[in-house]
Design a protein around this ligand. Structure first.
Ligand code: 13P
Length: 261
């Protein structure tokens, strides 16, 4: 089965709505100049909530092929949850993706696998694709327990979903020690865990379903290292943080196929 790679730029808490418009336009122009073929790589940006409406407007107005999504979603559909954003609201803004369970949310907001699974279910209920983040901290890797730890996160999150919903998900393996540190996992490190995740999905949902689920790598992805990581068989894209704030650099990352060594 062919999985179309996904390059998703997680802007985190950066760029106001005006800056967001500029970055999306520059990304679009950079890819247009390079005659980028969006049928070969899906390109997504994941702005803060406050910039989604602007990104929707600019991508619609210029008929851009760039898609977008949110960085989080409430587990609740509506109601007295001050500060939360419901899946339906994101769907109305044209979001295709929702990041759930990013390590920064797990770390700073105490999100559990169960909650992450509920958020993934909420996103799916709104017709969007959750990008389910998993990955180990440095101490766990040093102890050699990174595969078991990450698979336990997969088990915990997917326990909330079940077979019908699993096929509509994307997984992002982001080792915490590689996020924002400049320290990138080697292609073999990324493949080890992404391959193990696919095997686990196959044992949960069958080989066909697992072959259709895209598994991204995230953690200090740049144009200089993306091609070798993307060459691994179970890596189907990137969840790019810092480098996605620079449209020229992110465009180069999206063009990874042209610079495979
Ligand atoms: P960096 O690319 O800045 O390391 O961030 C990775 C990440 O957390 C994307 O979600």
């Amino acid at each position: 089965m062919t999985r179309i790679p996904l390059m998703a730029g997680n802007w985190k808490m950066n760029l106001d709505h005006l800056e967001a418009i500029t970055v999306v336009q520059r990304l679009h122009w950079a890819l247009q100049d390079a005659q980028f073929d969006y049928s070969q790589v899906e390109v997504a940006v994941l702005p803060p909530f406050t910039a989604l409406r602007s990104v929707q407007t600019v991508t619609d107005a210029d008929s851009m092929a760039i898609v977008y999504g949110a960085q989080d979603v409430s587990t609740h559909p509506a109601g007295a949850y001050t500060g939360e954003i419901a899946a339906e609201m994101l769907a109305k803004l044209g979001c295709r993706y929702v990041v759930v369970g990013h390590s920064e949310r797990r770390q700073y907001h105490g999100e559990t696998d169960q909650e992450v699974g509920e958020k993934a279910r909420a996103a799916l209920g709104g017709g969007m694709t959750p990008i389910i983040c998993v990955g180990e901290a440095l101490a766990i890797r040093k102890a050699g327990e990174h595969v078991a730890y990450t698979l336990a996160q997969i088990d915990g999150v997917y326990a909330e979903l079940g077979p019908d919903l699993a096929a509509g998900t994307v997984v992002a393996y982001e080792p915490v020690w590689a996020i924002g540190t400049g320290e990138v996992a080697t292609p073999a490190d990324a493949q080890e865990v992404c391959g193990a995740i696919r095997q686990r999905l196959a044992s949960l949902y069958g080989r066909d379903a697992a072959e259709g689920i895209r598994i991204l790598y995230g953690g200090s992805v740049k144009s200089s290292n993306v091609a070798s990581i993307m060459a691994e068989p179970d890596v189907d894209g990137g969840l790019v943080g810092g480098a996605s704030l620079d449209p020229a650099e992110f465009a180069k990352i999206c063009r990874f196929a042209e610079h495979i060594a």
